[in-house]
Structures are given as structure tokens and as C-alpha cells.
Ligand binder design. Sequence first.
Ligand code: SF4
Ligand code: SF4
Length: 375
Amino acid sequence: MTEIVSVRKALDYEKDLSEAINKTLNDLGGIERFVKKGDRVALKPNLLVFSSPSKAIVTHPIFVLEVFKKVLQAGGDPFVIDSPGSGIPFTKTSLNSLYRLTGYSDAFKDYSDCLNTDTSKVTVEIENGLILKRVDILKPLMEADVIINLPKMKTHTLTFLSGAVKNMYGSVPGMEKTRYHSRFRDVHDFSKALLDVWNITKPDLTIMDGVVSLEGDGPAMRGIPRKTEIVLSSEDSLLMDLAICKLIGLSYEDIPYLKVALENNLSDGRYSLVGDIPTINDFILPRTYHGKLSIDPISLYNYMVFPIFSKFLIEKPKVIKQKCIRCGVCVRSCPERAITMDKISAKIEYDKCIRCYCCHEQCPEGAIDLKRINI
Ligand code: SF4
Ligand code: SF4
């Protein structure tokens, strides 16, 4: 059966969001198809860093609240759960700060007990994984009857898209996420780890916040908010990411984890896109994306010539000293211990750096840029 990916227009987070979510869910047969009375329902947004919703880095709290209320109406028992990026310690105190600074505490003031602060984990054995044999996952998430994935539509400097599949990587608790960057330095191997985590947590339903997306050097402070005015729903998050690629003019082959997924037959890639199909022109990709083969000479250069010199030309993280507040987040987030602190700012040892871009992602000040520096 061809799966449906539904896309509906939502101009903002106030007026027509609830109706847009309802429409996408109705296209899939209604929320009752996924949530039964008494089900414990984990809502998994993207809460990557301490950041105001206006920066379009986290799934907007109003978006999550709307889904939360629909689950309640269907008789479910919802709660919100995520583990932030590797620069933030995974503790109850940090989670409370995360909820406060991302606007979740305010939005959920009538349901504050439903914002998860349980940091326990469970080790899950993976049979026939692409690369992982076992993985630690947030325990309350694994114990839920239903998982609803609530990603933000964003770009990503390493994987180019930070969509529905990648959002489930946040199910790995705290700084353990960083270890996989160190173990799997090649982006295709890292993609296999991403896909194993997605497969083991397999959300029952995905509803994506694309009302305001993040383009450019996402997925955090160096990205640029972009009004794309859409909400997407699907039972299959991988197909949703394929649909996003199509909407922003990419092929699945441009996104390492989608290419690996299709090459390994995790999906037949067939879906039907229904609803208010938008035109999204000139979506800005991260500067780490160097295109694909075509007869266009620039693409040809990027594909054929660039890799030969990429050792010298590939984007490297660079600290903007004037912006650095010496908070140490990048030091904690670096899997290779390539960052130290001097008297003025953070400092990167390039011979240790594996270009995972975790520091760029986690810096709360946007003080780490990406440059083609010859070091
Ligand atoms: S670059 Fe500076 S501001 Fe950014 S995370 Fe590192 S120490 Fe903090
Ligand atoms: S310094 Fe290099 S290895 Fe360390 S987090 Fe940044 S990009 Fe990754």
C-alpha cells in the first residue's frame, strides 16, 4: 500500500494551526486511528538547545500543545519528552531550564506535570541493525504505548536535512549522542546509526512543524528562520523526509541517511503527497552541501573536482572570538576533545577535529562559524 504524506497550509501558530493539524490527521484517517483510550502517548518534539521558539530551532511549543490537546480529546494520556543536544547535561535541572527557555513551561502551564523530567534510560538490543547492536534510549519513551514524532523542518550541516527520521536521534539520552559521532566518523556510517535509532523507536505517527522552518546553516543558532507555512503528517517519517526533499527541490540521494535507507531497503520510497501542496523556492541549504552530479558546470565541479581538494577546502568550525562568551558548551559537545578554552575564547585543535559540527550546532551564541580554512 502506498503511504500518505499529508501537507496542509498553516499561516502562523495562532489562527489556523489547529485546523491545519486536524486536516492532515483527517487525511490519515483521524487521530483515533493512532491513539486509543488510556494509551500513554509520548510526544517527541525537537528540543535541541536552549532557544526561544522565534528562532525556529525547536518545535514550537504551541504546535506541541495543539497535538497534546488532540491526544487528550482522543482519550490518551500524553507527555512531552526529549533529550537535548550533547552540550547540555541531561539532568532534571537542565530539562527544567530547557522547558523554561524554549517556552514550553509557559505553554504547558496547565499541564506542567506532563513535561518529562525522568532521565532514566534503557538499553535496547538491536537485531539486524545496520551498524548498531544495542543502544540506550530514554526509558519513558520506550515504555509509551504510542510515540508521536514532532520534528521541526530544518537543514543540518552534517546530514543536510534534520527532518523526521533524525528527530528520533534525540531519543538517545544526553551526551551519549556524541559518542556515535566519534565511532562513526563517515557520514554514511553515522546515517546507519541514525536509522537504527529511528527503527528501534519507530514512531507511530509523525506531525512536522514547518510553519516556520530553518534554512541555511541549521540546525541551530546559525540557521535562518523561513516562513514555509506548512504542517505535514504521515505514519512513515522516512517517507515524510522524502516528501520534504521533493518540496525543497532535492533528491533522496542528496541526503546521506535517506540514500542509505533506500539502498538498504528500509523503504520502497513510495508515497502519495496529498493536501495543499506548496511551492517552496530557493530553500537555502547549508554551505556544507556541495551539490550533486549534473551537466551544470558548477555542480560538475563540486561533484568531481571538489572531493579531490576537499581535505583542504571542506568547511571547518571557526570560533568568532568577539561572540564567544566562554560558556564551555562546545567543549562538552566535542566528541574528539578538540576544543579547549584560552583566556579570550574557545580554541579548536584542527588536527583532532573530525568535522562533525556538533560544536557549531550546540554553541548558544552562534559563535562558531563554518569556513573553508586551509589548516
Ligand atoms: S564558542 Fe564560545 S560561546 Fe560558543 S559554545 Fe564555545 S565557549 Fe560557548
Ligand atoms: S571541533 Fe570538530 S570534532 Fe569537535 S565538535 Fe567541532 S566539528 Fe566536531
